[in-house]
Design a protein around this ligand. Sequence first.
Ligand code: ZN
Length: 370
Amino acid sequence: MKKRFCILIEDDWEVLGNGLGNVAQLQYLPSLYFMKLARRLGINLTFMVEVAQQLEYIKVLDSDYNLRVQKNLWDDNIRLMAEYGFDVQLHLHPQWFKAENKDGYFYLRDNWNIGRYDQSVQHELITKSVSYLEQLVKPIKPDYKVVAYKGGSWGLQPSNTLLQELDKAGIKIVMGVRKGMALPGNGVDYMEVEETVMPYSPDYEDLRKVDTKKNNISVIPLQPYSPGPVPLGSFVYRLMKSKVNPLDPMRHFYDQPVPEKVKALSPFNNESKLKFGLKPYTTHLKIGNQPFTYLKSSIDSVLGNLKKTPYERIPVLIECHTKQYPQYYNDIEKFLGYIQDKYGNEVEFKTLSAFAKELDENPSLVKVKK
Ligand SMILES: [Zn+2]
């Protein structure tokens, strides 16, 4: 008998959205910590790796030895994930597409939503990335396939050509949708989503809607979470108390001043910052720079709500950001241990590849409009 909750930890593995940061600092070391911890606890993880960055790094290897070091570390980091038994799946930040490389910096695009690119660009990014990952992982896991996609900056709209291209590339699971999220500067509008709990078969024309037929792709929604004053307060307090990071990639680029144009690059214009208003602040399950009090309250609240639903088998996505982990390692360890102690009888941890297989074997888990 399967446990009721299937926790899917997906880690968005990347440098900063404006291209700043170093693979060793923001990707390799924190992911190594996360992998060692997960192995010790017996927890399955999926790394959603951002490949568009790597497709640009490989173009300048001959002229920039520093980038060559990072490119090689990135490749070996993927091999290590596979070697340790973790899943590796696809995440794309299309702002990297044909970025300009000048004076040691990449100048990325201000469109961070892959849905808003031409179909030909979507096609190129997806197919090149899938083969890049398969060529790295197949020697270690011969049956490896890229089957899951997480939209960079949650951008998946408009969805029609994007879902067609993902479908053609063999993708079965798409993530990034959460009811109530809107980032107008990035073209994201999930104010109305027809399904908020279970995987659903999306209408390719508008992935917020449930289709009347079962498509190859299923959307797994992020379940909403509204932190109360205690967890929110603990989060803000901890942020204020954090030590200044001497290697903060926004302030220091390893001994070079960062150009203002690079620093300022963001389509969000403060949208992603916390807003306090009359409506409760809504987000979703995350692991990144949250203290234990916050993390504990988030899982208690989401599982508490899900227990009131009639479903017997529910996937629960936790979105993680490796690059935010330093200074929060103890909180993360305590949190994962807490889930195992308190919910051990009701939860199991699966990779996205394993869950894609489960959906194949049990298509009734995917909602279709009657
Ligand atoms: Zn990302």
